[in-house]
Design a protein around this ligand. Structure first.
Ligand code: 5GP
Length: 217
């Protein structure tokens, strides 16, 4: 088969990956996911729906889809969520259609999500899900980053530090763990994980037809 024929056969036939990225806040997950998105046109970000009111600077449709509780419940009733959960008194859910479309079209979806969300995504689509946990090199450094970010008051930072330990305790439920001691290296590792995972046999359903045709030649 010509190289054109091969790429024609291949094009669009890969299943997309659901890349669930978790970390305690301040470990660099959001910056890493933004950079991964900007460097990989085949990757899209999953935007969740929430009943939490927007924080200053948050944009509807970019950070979250902000809806009322009634609207959220209606979406549960019409089965519009891939997964949903109640977190700290507010509802959060992953819209189903963009995720299923992306998998079928060979686009990877990145989820900036906590351990519970990552677990739920894996429950829905275990074979399509890759879970990556980002660890800070030390808790002192994490606290330092949260202080420097200047977004939160001291008591909020104390609370985030307490929650960080809870989040970290789930590290061993993940497929990959990256210690973010150097941003460029952490990004490189994340990119390598994505690229290697794209070549897993199960993500290429076209292969069995290709091999059948190959051996019949
Ligand atoms: P925040 O209100 O700080 O943006 O998010 C609060 C928590 O909700 C975070 O731990 C975040 O990971 C989680 N969360 C955000 N979106 C979703 C979602 O679509 N599904 C689930 N299960 N959790 C989410």
């Amino acid at each position: 088969m010509s190289s054109d024929g091969f790429s024609g056969l291949f094009r669009g036939r890969r299943r997309g990956i659901l890349l669930a990225l978790s970390s305690p806040s301040g470990a660099g997950k959001t910056t890493l996911s933004k950079r991964l998105l900007s460097q990989n046109p085949d990757v899209v970000l999953s935007i969740s729906t929430t009943t939490r009111p927007p924080r200053p600077g948050e944009v509807d449709g970019t950070d979250y889809y902000f809806v009322s509780e009634d609207e959220f419940r209606a979406k549960i009733d019409t089965d519009e969520f891939f997964e949903w959960a109640e977190v700290f008194g507010h509802f959060y859910g992953t819209p189903k259609t963009p995720v299923l479309d992306a998998i079928e079209r060979g686009r990877d979806v990145i989820f900036d999500i906590d351990w519970q969300g990552a677990q739920k995504i894996a429950e829905q689509a275990d074979a399509d899900t890759v879970r990556v946990f980002i660890l800070p090199p030390s808790l002192d450094l994490l606290e330092d980053r949260l202080n420097k970010r200047g977004q939160d008051e001291a008591d909020v930072i104390r609370d985030r530090m307490r929650r960080a330990k809870g989040e970290i305790s789930h590290w061993d439920e993940y497929d990959y763990v990256i210690v973010n001691d150097d941003f460029a290296r952490a990004l490189e590792k994340l990119t390598l994980i994505l690229h290697a995972e794209r070549w897993k046999r199960d993500r290429h359903p076209w292969l069995s037809d290709f091999v059948d045709a190959l051996v019949e030649q």
